[in-house]
Ligand binder design. Structure first.
Ligand code: AR6
Length: 170
């Protein structure tokens, strides 16, 4: 899979699937979650509610999909990142699961291009450098015959610098 890095608002990126850093309620929130629901319109929340009714809350590290409402993407993949609590091993595994499960779901949806935000590095306070290392490692280790391109979108300069450094280093 080709990896690209860009900076800005995820709702403006063209991709088949946009990944949302959701919470387990799936009922929306602030940050990137709020931006996606605002730009995508009420249909996304309606579908999230249907998922809730069908299968309950979304566990940390897992991923579910909805259509993308008014966004140009085909799908929004909602994944729930871990809230950083200093348990590095457990939090790292859960964050890795977010990337892995989102990609698995993307494959099952025949997604060719997918864009990820920097999951858990906002209000969930996951250390940014560690989060970036995990994200890049998971994407690089994932072999896909379906997904062709993964875009990392950074919203803040600090994340952008970290990703640039890590992606350039090998
Ligand atoms: N486009 C791309 N990235 C963004 C955008 C945007 N429009 N807005 C923020 N970011 P956060 P979390 C970046 O807090 O830490 C929500 O309330 C931001 O700079 O959105 O996983 C959910 O409902 C940061 O790097 O998500 C949950 O309750 C990254 O996105 C909770 O926040 C993630 O920040 C999830 O926390």
């Amino acid at each position: 899979m080709k990896i690209e890095l860009t900076k800005g608002d995820i709702t403006k990126i063209k991709a088949d699937a946009i990944v949302n850093a959701a919470n387990s309620s799936l009922l929306g929130g602030g940050g990137v979650d709020g931006a996606i629901h605002r730009a995508g319109g009420p249909q996304i929340l309606e579908e999230c509610k249907e998922i809730r009714n069908r299968q309950g809350k979304c566990k940390t590290g897992e991923a579910v999909e909805t259509t993308a409402g008014n966004l140009s993407a085909k799908y929004v993949i909602h994944t729930v990142g871990p809230i950083w609590n200093n348990d590095e091993e457990k939090c790292s595994k859960l964050l890795a699961n977010c990337y892995k499960n989102s990609l698995k779901l993307a494959e099952s949806l025949d997604v060719k291009t997918i864009v990820f935000p920097n999951i858990s590095t906002g209000v969930y306070r996951f250390p940014k450098e560690l989060a970036a290392k995990i994200a890049i490692e998971e994407i690089r280790n994932f072999e896909s015959k379906i997904v062709e391109k993964v875009i990392f979108v950074c919203f803040d300069e600090e994340n952008e610098e970290i990703y640039k450094k890590l992606l350039d280093s090998n």
